[in-house]
Design a protein around this ligand. Sequence first.
Ligand SMILES: Nc1ncnc2c1ncn2[C@@H]1O[C@H](COP(=O)(O)OP(=O)(O)O)[C@@H](O)[C@H]1O
Ligand SMILES: [Mg+2]
Length: 246
Amino acid sequence: MEKKKAKVCEEVRELTSAQEDLIKAEKLALVGQAVLEIMHELSHDISLIRNIAEIMQADFPPRAKNYHKNLSMIVSRTDKAMVFIDKCRTINSPIKLELKILNIHEVMDEVIHLLDSMMASKKVEIKKKYTQLPSLRGDNDQLQQVFINLFLNSLHAMPHGGEIIIHTCIDKKEPDFISIEFQDTGKGIKKENLNKIWEPLFTTSKEGQGLGLSITKSIIEKHSGMIDVQSTEGAGTTFNIYLPYL
Ligand SMILES: Nc1ncnc2c1ncn2[C@@H]1O[C@H](COP(=O)(O)OP(=O)(O)O)[C@@H](O)[C@H]1O
Ligand SMILES: [Mg+2]
């Protein structure tokens, strides 16, 4: 009797939790839709303001230096706002992948090449520990976006320099996936924030927008992959990405 009761209790708990998840998912979808609509409205007004500011710049005589400076500021700030809006739209609209057969090391190396001088100037050393891997089907630009996000986050976490170690392999734990381990020696993530970092708009940085990791996660999941994180405050952070191969 006691056993039966415990089982019923367990089932009720599971059902309640599933129902809560469903409500949460529905709420999130509603919020996502609302954000899309707001962004759509805002983008019209902001681009109008930007274009008027640009036209006014041309109208003012060159000696009106102060006006030019202020108008340039309006143009550059509205540009920045448009980039933010675009990112929000990316999160809320389904990501379309342009699939090609890729070598993940080539994708990564192109990003490293792009960021090389920035990393060197911040005294961040990149160490590659690549092992031979099969090809995968993926979207080159979107996967580059993933790696750029990870590099920039690590860079922010290491203001006095440090190391980024990239280790690729086929992990015995997940033999159907390519494993990319992305490790830094930065300040790490507080335990209470570990679950929040994937949420859109969560950031601990003054200049951050809190969109990088939520976009990163969507891109990886669109590739039928997985991403997780381990971090120790004061020691560093490791992101593990798993992508299915051909
Ligand atoms: N490598 C890292 N080291 C320490 N903290 C990190 C790292 N990557 C992400 N984070 C934390 O996750 C938050 C969210 O990251 P992200 O979504 O890229 O937004 P943003 O970079 O704009 O803050 C960051 O503000 C930071 O607190
Ligand atoms: Mg970021």
